[in-house]
Design a binder for this molecule. Structure first.
Ligand code: HEM
Length: 512
């Protein structure tokens, strides 16, 4: 019997290995016309790539993209089913930004990046982005008011309320549950948003989507399919997906019943008070429960860590550079109404500060990830993209281009966007935090840009304004006062590492 097993498994192993080597060989040839960019000192190890991708992309951008040429970088970390990322110059992004999922597929890119076929994470569907974008756009005023109230409630019960109390928080430990709570209260109904288990699950699956993808990608794709069901983070993610489906069932059935009996119109849903209504308003008539609950899970996953990292970095940027504190605090106080709510339109300087913070430390070094599903030749350069190419935009490198931002483009200047906006009245709205332009790709660009970006930006501004007006804040690292200036943020592959060791000490201010 053991001999039989060996007799069968050895040829299979050899055939699979040969097929793998052949695929790599042909793949390499298909992309020969696109130059490969590597670390110039010859150290192109996995570790180097994981740690220094930011520098690699910046040097590649300056060497190739500035000449209008795409370049490719190898993905030496395990388990990616594609071997290269092809980084497109700005004019190529402009050309592809509205091309459909049928040519440059964001759904497929997401499946590859998050190893979805193995982890069982919910897929990125075709209708959800537009449904969410329309819902947020139509209801932004009400959303902002509700965010303001929910933040007050959360801060009122989780932060010190009199000046004799001081409290130390770690940013990610505080913001992940806070944002899960506040975001849930706008996206799902009261029954779910007030359920502690829902909140706990929401925080967990947001972390687990990233962790399970990392865990699975430790294996080559062929092996990953076998190993995935045994990996704890994958099992947990699949369990969470079933949990979300169970919890979304009553909402789904109620909406379906009301739609079928003619009481509920799509139009009314789009103007509803909750995210699940906006999603329903943009969903196809025959949307399934699985699709609907996956969409909600994906929306929550997309919103929590991105927002938590962005506000954590902004607070570190601010508290480590106290020269900006007085003017931002003064502005936030002037924007505070008698009832404690914040007039977000008055937070011009804060907007500019956040824009600079995101410019230098975007959550993702690369955005606009797509997989080419029909071969495409760029009109702008004549460069062809074979089927299977993973294209992307060098978000961080573009944002530090000296030709756009000046010789100090790599330095933090909290007033940079104030000057840019004041000196360019006609184009100033394109420079606001949340606006997606080819120089500001932190939220992507074009029809697939983040649909939740104004929700995120308003939530961050409201939280910051309340922190500044109500508490004295001292930056800490590992629980000790931090006086080391603005730290260098780390990236893992293309994502910013959550600055988990940083936090702040809060003491309630006497006078508001
Ligand atoms: C500062 C916080 C955030 C950042 C930096 C961010 C960034 C991004 C980026 C770069 C994309 C991909 C765009 C592309 O494909 O080119 C994206 C997609 C998306 N974002 Fe955001 N986002 C944030 C907050 C939010 C929030 C608060 C929501 C929901 C309320 C949200 C919902 C989504 C959804 C649904 C997608 C589509 C992809 C998917 O389904 O996974 N995002 N976001």
């Amino acid at each position: 019997m053991p001999n039989l097993i060996i007799l069968v498994s050895v040829p299979i192993f050899v055939a699979v290995t040969l097929q793998y080597l052949y695929r790599n060989f042909t793949q390499d040839r298909a992309w020969n016309h696109i130059p490969t960019h590597e670390f110039e000192d010859g150290d192109n190890s996995r570790d180097r790539y994981v740690r220094d991708l930011k520098d690699l992309l910046e040097s590649g951008y300056r060497k190739y993209s500035k000449q209008g040429l795409p370049f490719k970088v190898k993905i030496p970390i395990g388990g990616y089913s594609v071997r290269y990322r092809v980084v497109l110059p700005k004019d190529h992004l402009e050309e592809m930004k509205h091309l459909s999922n049928n040519t440059f597929s964001w759904a497929l890119a997401s499946a590859v990046i998050f190893a979805q076929d193995f982890t069982g994470a919910p897929p990125r569907g075709p209708w959800s982005g537009k449904a969410l974008r329309v819902g947020i756009h139509q209801n932004l005023g009400d959303i902002t008011k509700k965010l303001d109230q929910q933040i007050d409630m959360y801060f009122g019960t989780h932060l010190p309320q009199n000046s004799s109390m001081i409290m130390s928080i770690r940013f990610m430990d505080f913001f992940v549950p806070a944002i899960a709570n506040i975001t849930s209260s706008l996206l799902v109904d009261e029954r779910l948003s007030s359920n502690p288990e829902w909140i706990q699950q929401t925080c967990d699956f947001a972390v687990n989507r990233y962790k399970s993808a990392d865990d699975v990608r430790a294996y080559p794709p062929l092996l990953a399919a076998l190993v995935a069901p045994l990996i704890p983070s994958v099992r947990q993610l699949r369990k969470s997906r079933r949990y979300v489906k169970e919890q979304m069932t009553p909402l789904y059935e109620d909406m379906k019943m009301r739609q079928n009996s003619g009481i509920l119109s799509k139009e009314k849903c789009r103007k509803g008070a909750f995210g699940f209504e906006w999603l329903w308003g943009g969903a196809p008539d025959d949307v399934t429960l699985d699709d609907f609950s996956d969409t909600m899970m994906r929306t929550l996953i997309a919103s929590i860590h991105t927002t938590a990292k962005t506000i954590s970095v902004a607070l570190i940027d601010l508290l480590s550079q106290p020269q900006y504190m007085d003017e931002l605090r003064r502005e936030a106080m002037e924007a505070t109404e008698f009832d404690g709510s914040i007039d977000i339109e008055k937070l011009f300087k804060m907007d500019c500060f956040l824009k600079e913070s995101q410019r230098l430390t975007p959550v993702f070094l690369l955005t606009m990830n797509r997989i080419v599903t029909q071969s495409y030749t760029f009109k702008v350069s004549g460069t062809s993209m074979p089927v299977g190419t993973m294209t992307t935009a060098a978000t961080a490198a573009i944002a530090t281009d000296p030709d756009t931002f000046g010789i100090d483009s790599n330095c933090f200047d909290g007033s940079r966007f104030q000057r840019l906006r004041l000196s360019n009245k006609a184009g100033e709205s394109a420079l606001k935090m949340g606006m997606a332009t080819e120089d500001s790709l932190g939220f992507g660009l074009g029809s697939q840009a983040c649909p939740g970006r104004f929700f995120a930006v308003n939530q961050i501004k409201l939280m910051l304004a309340k922190f500044l007006t109500r508490w004295e804040l001292t930056l800490e690292k590992n629980g000790q006062k931090w006086l080391g200036g603005r730290p260098k943020y780390e990236y893992y592959d293309f994502s910013v590492v959550a600055p988990a060791e940083y936090g702040m000490l809060l003491r309630r201010r006497e006078i508001i």
